[in-house]
Write a protein that binds this ligand. Structure first.
Ligand code: SF4
Ligand code: SF4
Length: 332
């Protein structure tokens, strides 16, 4: 039987050992139903998840809920919304208790005296022109001032089809403000004209992401295998979709037979009682889902399948390392 050590040389095995001890158990929390933007294509608002449950307003309820989550084994809280920075007391309740990642549009600066080392993922949808169409605002001009040079922040650059041939300008802009960048692909949940992917464009953007990673390895946090997986929706001989998705809320996961999945993963609504189906939109068609985190997790939970060759297990290690860097379990 092939073992990881038999497939790898000493350098790769050391990299494997560094991540194999991490045992990450994440869950996702809607901190609030409100946002200071209304992006066209926001999965949260477009699927009505903002109306799924009323926000819990009492801080003591948030605190005891988080303690219960830690008791459930969660060791990484991923805060989304709505816009979490509208409710910093709730964010702080997580941050004081466990490793916490906060997704934000970057318009409000997370005060670093209160959250010195909390990882912040700043959303960016395309370039200035795309952002103006999709988000009604050039958020980069504000977020880049708020987070210039921040060692615990990076841009989650959602690439739109209009970005093909233009991603380098964005990578350079982000490098020039001293931040890192991670790529995602727009799912266009609200069908905005001109923002749906056409045949052939996935291959073009895959090649472009590969090129950016090669040219800017100190800025781009990614891997070629991740680019392949999110653009093709294929991993080894399998296709991504409902039957394979690892990021389904565990108590709502009725799939038979079961699949490799994130252990104890739940996405909670902001009433702290309601659960959402998965890490993204309740109404999204799984066959067209481009969610980057779900694809990343898909690779991570399928280590054994990648033990068929040296290249496959190295690809697995690179994706795991990417995830661990993005959530601050290992340094950049
Ligand atoms: S900033 Fe985020 S939560 Fe707010 S509308 Fe845009 S995508 Fe949705
Ligand atoms: S929409 Fe995406 S993340 Fe949600 S269950 Fe379907 S494939 Fe998974």
């Amino acid at each position: 039987m092939k073992t990881v050590s038999s497939l790898l040389d000493a350098h790769w095995y050391e990299r494997y050992q560094r991540i194999s001890k991490l045992n990450i158990r994440s869950s996702i929390y809607d901190v609030t139903n409100r946002c200071n933007l209304r992006c066209k294509g926001c999965f949260f608002f477009s699927s009505g998840e903002d109306k799924a449950a009323p926000e819990e307003m009492h801080m003591d309820a948030w605190e005891s809920f988080i303690d219960r989550e830690i008791g459930r084994g969660v060791n990484l809280a991923i805060l989304i919304g709505g816009e979490p920075t509208l409710c910093l007391d709730r964010v702080e309740a997580f941050y004081r208790r466990l490793p916490t990642f906060c997704a934000t549009n970057g318009l409000i600066k997370v005060p670093r005296d209160r959250f010195p080392d909390m990882m912040v993922g700043i959303s960016l949808w395309g370039d200035q022109a795309d952002e103006t169409v999709l988000r009604g605002k050039d958020t980069f001009s504000i977020s880049s001032k708020n987070y210039h040079g921040d060692p615990h922040a990076y841009y989650l650059y959602t690439i739109t089809p209009r970005q093909i041939g233009h991603t380098e300008r964005i990578v350079q802009k982000i490098r020039d403000v001293g931040l890192k960048i991670h790529f995602q692909l727009l799912s266009n949940d609200e069908g905005v004209d001109g923002f749906s992917w056409k045949p052939g464009e996935m291959k073009a953007i895959q090649d472009e992401m590969d090129e950016m990673l090669e040219k800017y390895p100190d800025t781009v946090i990614s891997s070629r295998y991740y680019h392949e997986i999110i653009t093709t929706g294929k991993m080894l001989d399998r296709s991504f979709g409902w039957n394979e998705c690892p990021s389904v809320t565990e108590p709502l996961d009725t799939r038979k037979p079961g699949t490799k999945r994130l252990i104890h993963f739940i996405r909670w609504a902001s009433d702290l009682k309601t659960m959402h189906r998965c890490c993204t939109s309740e109404t999204r068609d799984c066959s067209t889902c481009k969610d980057g985190a779900a694809h990343m997790s898909w690779v991570m939970v399928n280590k054994r399948a990648h033990m068929r060759s040296r290249v496959d297990i190295q690809n697995w290690i690179e994706v795991y390392e990417m995830f661990a860097k993005l959530y601050q379990f290992i340094p950049w």
